[in-house]
Structure formats: structure tokens, C-alpha cells
Write a protein that binds this ligand. Structure first.
Ligand code: GLP
Length: 243
């Protein structure tokens, strides 16, 4: 628990830097980092970029896999997760574009795209550290309430609450929010060697309580982290209101 958003973001960014450095990645043996979108990781991305500029960390030998992507938004739409990631992180660090993996929400065969993504994660040797945020309803990636804890990368219909929450990025127009997404599954996340979740603000307080003080429950998909051998949840004070 950290005092505020900045302190929580700083803790996570420092931790990620520490893990990458300890790994001593090379081109043959890169560090594999899972990444989220949303407002919660923005501070982390900003701090990581400034640490790169200060020469404290290199992303030269880091391979990334993003958690999810909307179905049907053009890749260069400002709201696509492709655009989000390049705008807020990748353009500011020395990552090789060929090391960046993001699901293609316009793939002609979405099921094949999801299966290929799982294969690519396996081929990369699995994910060393999956960074994540959560939705107000405790979803992780786009694993909406009710997602199987055994789920893998797949097409998911978004819950009404998610469409409502994310409409703020679409001029508050619910009709502009895509109805579907491609997302890694709960099991895909649980297979990462380490999972770090950043949770900020009172809006997430109920989800945090449900996910860590109650049992594993497929209606609150973050609670699946109770089954993980090496998880860490970093929160600000406001997110602890219900604990
Ligand atoms: C979307 C993303 C999630 C993210 C969530 C919360 O649903 N698919 O990965 O955790 O938004 O976003 P925010 O951090 O803006 O609350």
C-alpha cells in the first residue's frame, strides 16, 4: 500500500526495472513482459520512459505481449490499444517494434489470431512478468465477470459495466465503444512467472476487497491471483477503503 497514485506507480516502475536488470536479458534470452492498457498504468509508463531517458534501463532485449485489444477498431484509431501503447510507452523507449506483440482486433480469423498469440507466448519462453490493472468489477485484461479461470486467449463480449466505464474514452458515447475484444485468458495470466497488479482509486475499492479478502471467484477474475505462486498487488490508500 502506497500513499498515493504517484508513489504506487513509482513502486511498480522501480520493481519492473529491478526485475529486468536482475534478469540480465540478452537478444538470445530476452525478458518477456506482459503489459496492460487503461489509465492505471499510465504513471508507470511515464516513469519507465523517464528512467530509460536517464539511462537507468534499456528495453533493447525486452519482448512485450499486451493483454488485449478491441475488436473492429482500426489499428490507428486513437482508442485502439495499439495506438495507446505506442503513444504512452513504446515511442518513448528503445524497444524494437518486432519485439512488440499486440493482438490484432481486425484479424480475419479471430480464433486463429488468439491461438497464434498463445503459441507466440510459448515460443518466447512464457511471460516473465505480467503487469496488469483491473476494471471496477475486478476484471483482469478483458476477462469479464464469469470468465473461466481456465480461459486462454480468446474473443470476449464486453460486459455492460465495462462498456460504460470505457465510454469516457469515446466521448461518453456508449454506441462508439466496441462490443467485443480479444484478450489473454485468466490461465494465460496465471502462467506468467510473476504477476504485478496496480490498483488505484476508491472506484476500485470494492473489487480489491472482493478479490483479496474473499475466495477465488470467477465473477471477480482478479481473485484468481490467489492461485498464483508469485503475485503482487500495489495499491494507493484510496483503493483500500473497503479492506
Ligand atoms: C480495460 C482494460 C483492462 C484495464 C481496465 C481498467 O478494461 N482491458 O486491462 O485494467 O480497462 O482501466 P483503468 O485503469 O482505466 O481503470
Amino acid at each position: 500500500i502506497r500513499d498515493d497514485e504517484h508513489a504506487a506507480s513509482m513502486y511498480v516502475a522501480n520493481y519492473v526495472v529491478e526485475r529486468i536488470k536482475a534478469f540480465q536479458p540478452t537478444a538470445e534470452h530476452p525478458f518477456v513482459l506482459g503489459l496492460p492498457t487503461g489509465s492505471s498504468p499510465l504513471g508507470v509508463y511515464e516513469i519507465l520512459a523517464s528512467k530509460y531517458k536517464a539511462g537507468e534501463i534499456s528495453f533493447e532485449n525486452v519482448v512485450t505481449f499486451n493483454m488485449d485489444e478491441y475488436v473492429g477498431l482500426p489499428r490507428d484509431d486513437p482508442n485502439s490499444y495499439h495506438s495507446f501503447m505506442w503513444k504512452h510507452f513504446f515511442s518513448h523507449v528503445n524497444i524494437h517494434p518486432s519485439n512488440v506483440h499486440i493482438l490484432d482486433g481486425n484479424a480475419p480469423n479471430p480464433e486463429a489470431e488468439c491461438a497464434a498469440y498463445e503459441d507466440a507466448i510459448k515460443a518466447a519462453g512464457g511471460i516473465d512478468l505480467f503487469l496488469a490493472g483491473i476494471g471496477d468489477d475486478g476484471h483482469i485484461a478483458f476477462n469479464e465477470p464469469g470468465s473461466s479461470l481456465a480461459s486462454r486467449t480468446r474473443v470476449k463480449t464486453l460486459a455492460y459495466d465495462t462498456i460504460l466505464a470505457n465510454s469516457r474514452f469515446f466521448g461518453d458515447d456508449l454506441n462508439r465503444v466496441p462490443r467485443m475484444a480479444l484478450t489473454v485468458g485468466v490461465q494465460t495470466i496465471l502462467e506468467a512467472r510473476e504477476v504485478v497488479v496496480i490498483i488505484l482509486g476508491a472506484r476500485k475499492a470494492l473489487a480489491l476487497q472482493k478479490c483479496i479478502e474473499q475466495g477465488v471467484n470467477h465473477m471477480w477474475s482478479l481473485s484468481s491471483l490467489q492461485l498464483h505462486p508469485h503475485p503482487m498487488i500495489v495499491v494507493d490508500e484510496d483503493a483500500t477503503l473497503e479492506l
